[in-house]
Every structure is written in structure tokens, then in C-alpha cells.
Design a protein around this ligand. Structure first.
Ligand SMILES: C[S@@+](CC[C@H](N)C(=O)[O-])C[C@H]1O[C@@H](n2cnc3c(N)ncnc32)[C@H](O)[C@@H]1O
Length: 205
């Protein structure tokens, strides 16, 4: 097992999902930006590094029928699947390091990543992530990424993080992805700390 997988598997087996710093009762901004993408209900959506987020629950409730959640930690996916019960049978659960994943080319219409990309600090890994994203997405797909902002934390879950702004995310994704929308968010952790995030919605041209 890789060190990265071991780390996250341990997090998800030792901490309650409501206690982790990134916990949200409701993924408000994710849903707002997904709605803005104007997808059909049969669009294929993937939540990359979805953890135990309730985003998948909210998407199913809104009638999206092709939802996938990818995470490196089996324990995170299991928590979400157990929470959903029989509804979870309709979700595609993918246990993989995103960098090792071999997606079906062009399958997805929307890529959502909240607080995952910023763990990749090595430029080669960042480039590999973007290349994989390009492969997984169709020609007019949407990308929603939320990452720590320049005045956000430089660590999370004991790991160092990169920090991003509109310019760095746009440059990393390349000219093929046009910035359509952005937000700043002051996320309040369950412990009451503020974490500043930048959110971007891109459309593939
Ligand atoms: C900070 S949490 C965010 C979880 C979720 N996106 C949310 O907003 O609640 C980061 C998540 O990414 C997963 N993760 C970290 N590195 C990963 C990688 N290289 N590939 C896939 N998943 C990864 C972790 O297991 C964890 O669930």
C-alpha cells in the first residue's frame, strides 16, 4: 500500500466524518456551481476525492443518474455507500489514487474536486492529474475545483498543501479550459477555524 493510501485509509478509519476539518453539512457551493453548469440529469458526474462528502447524496436527490465517486481510501467510500443504503447501488464507486486511475476516455461531463488537487505539490503530479482529467472528460465538459487560496492553510490532515488562485489554476488546466465562474469561500471547520478556499468553474472549449 502506498504511503498516501495508508495515510488516508487511517484518517477515514480513525476519525468521524463529521469531525474532519473539511466536513460540510451541506455542499452549498458545489451544488451552486454544478447547477450553473446546466447539465442534463443523465450527465456523467465524478466527484474526485469525494471522501465521505454528502455531495453524492444531494446529486442523487436532484435526479442525477450517473454519479461516480473516486477516492484513494476504501473506508471513505464505504462510509458513503453505507449512509446511502440501497440508493448507493446506483453510484459508481472507484477506489483508486487519482493518479493511478485509468478512466474510460471522454466518459464524464463534469469533474468535481473539493480539497484534493491541493495535496499535489509536485509539478509533475499536477500535470499528470490534468492530463488524466483531460482523458476522462468529454469535449464540452465542466471542471469544478476548490483549492486552498493563497491565504489558506499550508497543511491539512497533517500533509503539506499547495495554495492556488485563479491564475495558477487556469495556467495549470491550460487554454482549453475557459474560466466561467469563480468564488472565494471562508470554510469554517468543525473546530471553528477559518480556511480560505478559491473555487473555479471551467468549461472545456
Ligand atoms: C480533504 S478531503 C476532501 C473530501 C471531499 N472532497 C470533501 O469535500 O468533503 C481529501 C479527500 O481526497 C482523498 N484523496 C487524497 N489524495 C488522493 C488521491 N491522490 N487520489 C484519490 N483520492 C485522494 C482523501 O482520501 C480524502 O477523502
Amino acid at each position: 500500500m502506498s504511503e498516501r493510501k495508508q495515510h488516508w485509509q487511517e484518517v477515514w478509519t480513525t476519525k468521524s466524518p463529521e469531525a474532519v476539518s473539511w466536513h460540510q453539512d451541506d455542499p452549498t457551493l458545489s451544488l451552486e456551481l454544478i447547477r450553473a453548469a446546466g447539465l442534463r440529469k443523465d450527465a456523467a458526474i465524478i466527484d474526485v476525492g469525494g471522501g465521505a462528502s454528502v455531495l453524492v447524496d444531494r446529486l442523487l436527490e436532484r435526479g442525477y443518474v450517473h454519479v461516480a465517486v473516486l477516492d484513494i481510501a476504501e473506508a471513505a467510500l464505504r462510509q458513503s455507500a453505507e449512509r446511502l443504503g440501497p440508493m448507493g447501488d446506483d453510484v459508481t464507486w472507484i477506489e483508486s489514487d487519482v493518479l493511478d486511475w485509468k478512466p474510460v476516455p471522454g466518459l464524464f461531463d463534469l469533474w468535481h474536486d473539493r480539497a484534493v488537487f491541493h495535496f499535489l505539490r509536485d509539478p509533475a503530479e499536477q500535470a499528470a492529474y490534468v492530463e488524466l482529467m483531460r482523458t476522462a472528460l468529454g469535449p464540452e465538459a465542466t471542471v469544478i475545483i476548490a483549492a486552498f487560496a493563497p491565504d489558506g492553510p499550508d497543511r491539512c490532515s497533517g500533509l503539506p498543501t499547495a495554495r492556488h488562485d485563479l491564475a495558477s489554476l487556469s495556467a495549470l488546466l491550460g487554454a482549453e479550459f475557459r474560466l466561467m465562474d469563480d468564488r472565494r469561500e471562508a470554510h469554517v471547520t468543525p473546530g471553528g477555524k477559518i480556511q480560505n478556499f478559491v473555487w473555479c468553474r471551467f468549461l472545456r472549449q
